[in-house]
Design a protein around this ligand. Structure first.
Ligand SMILES: [Fe+2]
Ligand SMILES: [Fe+2]
Length: 327
């Protein structure tokens, strides 16, 4: 049987449990938070005062902070790219409305609230150039992404397991920075987003765990493949208006590193957490290739730590069109 057919068979085999995994990891519409729970209510008389307060508190936060929040928001707003990508993964059947398709729709519906709440908050903050941000978002959706996962469910679920934890870290650190500056409302908002990301991370980890149980060698090779390639962030094609795709993403990640929102140490930490979570060292019944892949993965965190210690991050902020220079 070809590798593709084995993957399809595994996806079909796992599909019977996906409905219960949706119940386990996702929250029904009627009980989950909505963006308006964290934003001023425009139907109320006190709306303008609340907006004023947001604008006052926003002045306390530094330039790099806004760049990171904008970059995070744009990454969330490119959700159409991620949904269409996942719908195309082998075993996900949109037309047949199978449970994998249902997972993708329900996951997307939860994720959609993230860009929504961040977008509205940034608009009210008065600290950012919304038109420039909107142009970047449109560019990013038009440019799409290339994360090296192909249509392979193993590689895609590996990617999403990693990526959801990365976004958890990033939103959670932004929450902490906002809290330290006395901005409780923004802190709460980013904290609740990070909670969603954590649930999603656990869900994708369970998908991978289940694949490891039935097809360990191929799952191990997919893990190795993705780590050799390096996990590319979903907004790696980021660009500013009038520019080509080149520097914006790099400068955005430098900014995130500079203020400690997402660093190369976090990348290694995530890898280590995944290795522990799936008990990679204890997986047996592997082909020779997969044994080698496991050895490679077990040694990778210490190798990457050495590399990340040598990395230098520019000290000065990069001037983006999204945020006016600090006053
Ligand atoms: Fe998100
Ligand atoms: Fe997410």
């Amino acid at each position: 049987m070809s590798l593709k057919n084995v993957r399809l068979e595994v996806m079909q085999f796992l599909e019977k449990d996906v409905d219960s995994l949706i119940e386990k990891y996702l929250i029904p519409v009627e009980s989950i938070w909505q963006p308006t729970d964290f934003l001023p209510n425009s139907e109320k008389d006190g709306f303008l005062d609340d907006v004023k307060e947001i604008r006052e508190l926003s002045k306390e936060l530094p330039y790099d902070f806004w760049v990171v929040l904008v970059g995070d928001m744009i990454t969330e707003e490119a959700l159409p790219t991620y949904e269409s990508w996942l719908m195309d993964v082998e075993g996900v059947d949109q037309v047949g409305r199978n449970s994998w398709g249902k997972w993708v729709r329900h996951w997307t519906a939860e994720e959609n609230r993230h860009g929504d709440v961040l977008n509205k908050y940034l608009y009210l903050s008065g600290r950012v150039n919304m038109k420039e941000i909107e142009k970047t978002t449109q560019y990013l959706i038009a440019d799409g992404f290339d994360i090296g996962t192909d249509r392979d469910p193993y590689k895609n679920f590996l990617y999403t397991s990693f990526q959801e934890l990365a976004t958890y870290i990033s939103h959670n650190r932004v929450a902490k920075l906002a809290k330290d500056k006395g901005n409780k409302q923004l802190a709460k908002m980013c904290k609740i987003i990070s909670g969603d990301e954590m649930r999603h991370h656990h869900a994708y980890c369970e998908f991978v765990e289940r694949i490891f149980k039935v097809d360990p060698s191929q799952m191990m090779l997919a893990f190795q493949h993705m780590m050799k390639l390096k996990i590319t962030m979903p907004a790696h094609f980021l660009r500013e208006s009038g520019e080509r795709i080149s520097t914006a993403f790099e400068e955005f990640s430098h900014t995130a590193q500079r203020i400690g929102v997402y660093t190369s140490h976090d990348y290694v930490d995530i890898l280590q957490k995944l290795i522990q979570r799936w008990e990679i060292d204890k997986i047996t019944n592997l082909t020779d290739d997969a044994e080698k892949a496991r050895d490679y993965l077990m040694k990778l965190p210490s190798r990457l730590t050495r590399l990340s210690e040598r990395m230098k991050i520019p000290e000065n902020s990069y001037q983006f069109k999204w945020v006016e220079p600090a006053i």
